[in-house]
Design a binder for this molecule. Sequence first.
Ligand SMILES: NC(=O)c1ccc[n+]([C@@H]2O[C@H](COP(=O)([O-])OP(=O)(O)OC[C@H]3O[C@@H](n4cnc5c(N)ncnc54)[C@H](O)[C@@H]3O)[C@@H](O)[C@H]2O)c1
Length: 596
Amino acid sequence: MAREFSTVGVVGLGTMGAGIVEVFARNGIDVVAVEISAPALERGRATLKGSTDRAVAKGKLAEADRDALHERVHFAVGLDALHSVDLVIEAVPEHLDLKQRIFAELDRVCRPETILATNTSSLSVTEISVATSRPNQVIGIHFFNPAPVMKLVEVVRTVVTAPEVVADVEALCARLGKVDVTINDRAGFIANALLFGYLNHAVGMFESHYATREDIDAAMKLGCGLPMGPLALMDLIGLDTAYEILDTMYRRGGRDRRHAPVPLLKQMVTAGLLGRKSGRGFYTYERPGSPVVVPDEATPLATDAALADGARAIAKVGVVGSGTMATGIIEVFAKAGYEVVSVTRGMEKSAKVCEAVKTSLNKGVVRGKLAEADRDAALGRISWSATLDHLADVDLVVEAVVEELSVKKALFASLDEICKPGVVLATTTSSLPVIDVAMATQRPADVVGLHFFNPAPVMPLVEVVRTIRTSPEATATARAVCAALGKTGVVCGDRSGFIVNALLFPYLNDAVKMLEASYSTADDIDHAMKLGCGYPMGPFELLDVVGLDVSLAIQRELYLELREPGFAPAPLLEHLVTAGYLGRKTRRGFRDHSHR
Ligand SMILES: NC(=O)c1ccc[n+]([C@@H]2O[C@H](COP(=O)([O-])OP(=O)(O)OC[C@H]3O[C@@H](n4cnc5c(N)ncnc54)[C@H](O)[C@@H]3O)[C@@H](O)[C@H]2O)c1
């Protein structure tokens, strides 16, 4: 029989604590909610009220249930109020000495059988536990932000945590409607170990002006389907908390430089820019604690006029190539009203591409997303050619041929001879340096990267890559074209992986390393990222979809260009590729897909 928890204590009512109180009270459990001072207690009470009022306003909580919820919470200053609770969850700031002091005090105040839990994200639960006389009753219960919403709880057992304590806490998580994964005590556990290198990297991109905050966040939301971008997430977590987590992970997790907090973070924390809780972090909020972003001096002007500023007029577009990307891009431009000249290496290929575009447009008609007349108009705008000479009068060329530098360079040299002056020349490369392609022409200022995502007609994101020679007009033109296509164009520098792949693949590689180290299973890791961070797919699901060979190639490129030791491809990934386990396309990758 699992232990009954009728009263729990929560220590610290900040970002996490207030949410944890709500989780317990919502599930019929009495809570003693403790803070360090009366003003902090009031803040915690206000956070709980704000959150439950929002739930009522959204129709997710009945008014009577909200009132009953509040009646279950008893607020108090000081730990003495916790003398008769069954379980305590500590959620004070991420400092080992503070947590150890609180645990020593809890050990004195609480009954001998009370379980003492920490919500730490990165500190050693074991080190916290030895501050008490009952380390076997100390455990990590790591909730995710926002606690009432995110389904995952990481249950962290130390080498001395009693098995029945683990079982009791697992049963409690189920009662709270949460999904738990139980793991050993390692810095960052599953989710944060995979998340924080990525978040820190994104801050580094922002710090080095590689891309704007809006573009970094839009790239990850639209390119990967994440619920929020990394900088908005940092603001939600709290920059002080994020700094401490990174710092601890750096020191405990093998001094991986990717966890060494980017200097800007420390500066922002020192300046009091803590994220949502202080009203300002990477973004500015309506008021402290509010989730509503308001414009500030860094907010870009989103008007059409601003987008078109300096942009050249584009009416006719050439698309070179006959693969998946070229086919999708032809469709996207034609549907948006551009005249399109498709150039392939032969009329047979052109016929195939034409068929593929027709099939795709017809699907749109069948699904009711496209009128027949619009389909016919789109097809009518496309001309099919097997010679580059037909690009003499286009305003923009989008190259989507095979990913080989020599082929692309030769093509750009030809385009340079054929195209009229002032044309923007774009490459869709996902891994080659755009500047190499640009320098094959006499007009590098007119060359940009236009990195579409697959399938191009569906994916809302395009990375606009500017090299150190790209002119502001060419960049503005590319951005305006993306907007006219109904896509979000994000501008970034010419570095391996641009924004999305540079942030995504090291995280996937880290997941493989975690699996290889037998810290957890592929299922639990996938669960953790989906239920703890709201990712649409777990890393192993995504790797099997993308293809292990493709993932390995991208990771190798990143490693070679950035020379970051932490980017070295996981040996397990290399071995699976060598063994021919490439993912869904070979029916076996991290998982066996032969029966699906
Ligand atoms: N922020 C996140 O997204 C997140 C997610 C999961 C876990 N965590 C972990 O949760 C813990 C709390 O983080 P947070 O982001 O909620 O921090 P926070 O700074 O928002 O809140 C901490 C609260 O603890 C209170 N406090 C400080 N000393 C206290 C004491 N002696 N007694 C009682 N209360 C005290 C503070 O007044 C503050 O309200 C940390 O260990 C953190 O790593 C954070």
